[in-house]
Design a binder for this molecule. Structure first.
Ligand SMILES: Nc1nc2c(ncn2[C@@H]2O[C@H](COP(=O)(O)OP(=O)(O)OP(=O)(O)O)[C@@H](O)[C@H]2O)c(=O)[nH]1
Ligand SMILES: [Mg+2]
Length: 334
C-alpha cells in the first residue's frame, strides 16, 4: 500500500544525503542530488545549517517528479512543492540530523495539505447519533463507477455496524447488471442480514422505497442502498440516480472510487458531484496496485472527506481515513 510513493520519497531523501550508498543503483540515482560543498563544510563546523536555494530547488524538483508519478495531481503537487520550499528555506537543520529533519518537513507540509479538506466524518458516529435521536431508518446510498467495489464496501459497512450491534438491511437496487442482485443477496446471507430485491429491469428507486418500508416495519435502523455502476458521462444513468435521491432521500451518500484509477478519480468525483451531493468518499483497492497519491489530491481539490480506505476483499478490510495514515504510509519511517 502506497509502496511506490514511499520508495520514491525515501529515495529522494536518501539521495539528498547519502549519495555514496546508492551510487550503484541507476534508477535511484536519477533522484539523487547533493549538498553543496559550502553546506557540507558548514555542517562540519556548525551545529546547524540552512539549505541554499539551489539545494532546495534540486530536492523539490526530484520530489515533484516522484509525486506526479505517484498520481498526485499537477495542481496539488505545485501547491505542495511551494509550501515545502518555503518551509525548507525557513528551517535550520541540525547538521547531524538533516535527513530526519527533512522528512519531518515533508511530513508537516503533507499534513498541512491534507488537513485543508473537511475533517473526516465518523460514519458510525453519524449513524449512532441519528439512531439515538430516533431519526430512523438511516439511509445510506452507495454510488460510483462500474466495478469500484460498491457492493463489497456495503458489505464491509454492514459487517462493522453488526459488530456494533446495529442491524441493517440491503436494498438490491442494482437491477441493471447481470448477477448483481444475486451478488448482493450472497453478501447479505453471508453477513446475516435481510435483503430487499426485485427483478432485473425494475425501477431501482422503487426497490429502495420497499427496503425503507421493510426497515420501518421491522424496526431495522439502517438501510444500505446498492446501485448499479455508472460512468459520470452517462446521462440516463445519472438522471436515474437523481430520481433515486429524490425518492429514497438518503441521509448520507457515499462515492466509492478505486484508488487505482489515478488522476481520473478526481474528475469522476467532480463530475458526479455536479449532479448530486456527495457526503463522503471511500477509496478501494489500496492493497492492489494503487500509488496512493490521489488521496492527497482528493483532500486538496474536492473538499469532500475521505471516510475509509478499502484494503482487501474481506469484510474487515476497511481502514478509517486519517491524514496521519496517508502520510505515514508514504513517508520513509526513519
Ligand atoms: N483488492 C481489493 N479488491 C476489492 C476491494 N473492494 C472490492 N474489491 C473487489 O473488486 C471487485 C468488484 O467489487 P464489487 O463490490 O462487485 O464492485 P461494484 O462497484 O459493486 O461493481 P458493479 O456493481 O459491477 O459496478 C470484486 O472482485 C471485489 O472483491 C478492495 O478494497 N481491495
Ligand atoms: Mg455492485
Amino acid at each position: 500500500m502506497f509502496d511506490e510513493l514511499r520508495k520514491k520519497i525515501s529515495n529522494t531523501v536518501k539521495g539528498f544525503i547519502k549519495k555514496e550508498e546508492i551510487e550503484e543503483k541507476k534508477e535511484e540515482q536519477k533522484l539523487d542530488i547533493n549538498l553543496s560543498a559550502t553546506t557540507k563544510i558548514k555542517g562540519v563546523f556548525l551545529k546547524s545549517v540552512q539549505l541554499n536555494e539551489s539545494e532546495i530547488d534540486d530536492f523539490a524538483e526530484n520530489l515533484k517528479v516522484s509525486l506526479l508519478e505517484s498520481d498526485v495531481s499537477y495542481k496539488t503537487t505545485d501547491e505542495f512543492i511551494e509550501l515545502l520550499k518555503r518551509r525548507l528555506g525557513e528551517t535550520k537543520f541540525e547538521s547531524k540530523n538533516i535527513r530526519s529533519e527533512m522528512v519531518a518537513s515533508v511530513r508537516g507540509s503533507l499534513l498541512e495539505v491534507l488537513r485543508r479538506s473537511k475533517p473526516g466524518v465518523a460514519l458510525s458516529e453519524f449513524i449512532k447519533n441519528k439512531i439515538s435521536s430516533g431519526d430512523v431508518p438511516v439511509k445510506i446510498l452507495f454510488l460510483g463507477p462500474n466495478g469500484t467495489g460498491k457492493t463489497t464496501t456495503m458489505g464491509k459497512i454492514a459487517t462493522s455496524l453488526k459488530k456494533d450491534g446495529i442491524q441493517s438491511v440491503f436494498s438490491a437496487s442494482d437491477t441493471f447488471r447481470a448477477a448483481a442482485i444475486e451478488q448482493t443477496e450472497h453478501h447479505a446471507n453471508k453477513i446475516g442480514i435481510p435483503v430487499i430485491k426485485s427483478k432485473y429491469g425494475a425501477d431501482p428507486a422503487s426497490v429502495a422505497f420497499d427496503a425503507i418500508a421493510y426497515a420501518k416495519a421491522h424496526g431495522i435502523p439502517v438501510v444500505l442502498i446498492d446501485t448499479a455502476g455508472r460512468q459520470e458521462t452517462n446521462r440516463n444513468l445519472i438522471s436515474e440516480m437523481q430520481k433515486m435521491v429524490r425518492v429514497a432521500k438518503p441521509d448520507f451518500t457515499i462515492f466509492v472510487g478505486e484508488s487505482t484509477s489515478g488522476n481520473a478519480l478526481i474528475n469522476q468525483i467532480q463530475e458526479f458531484s455536479k449532479h448530486m451531493k456527495i457526503d463522503g468518499i471511500i477509496l478501494t483497492k489500496l492493497d492492489a496496485d494503487a500509488k496512493g497519491g490521489n488521496a492527497i489530491s482528493i483532500a486538496n481539490t474536492t473538499g469532500i472527506p475521505i471516510l475509509f480506505f478499502g484494503t482487501g476483499e474481506s469484510y474487515d478490510a476497511l481502514v478509517p481515513y486519517t491524514p496521519e495514515f496517508v502520510v505515514d504510509s508514504i513517508l520513509p519511517n526513519n
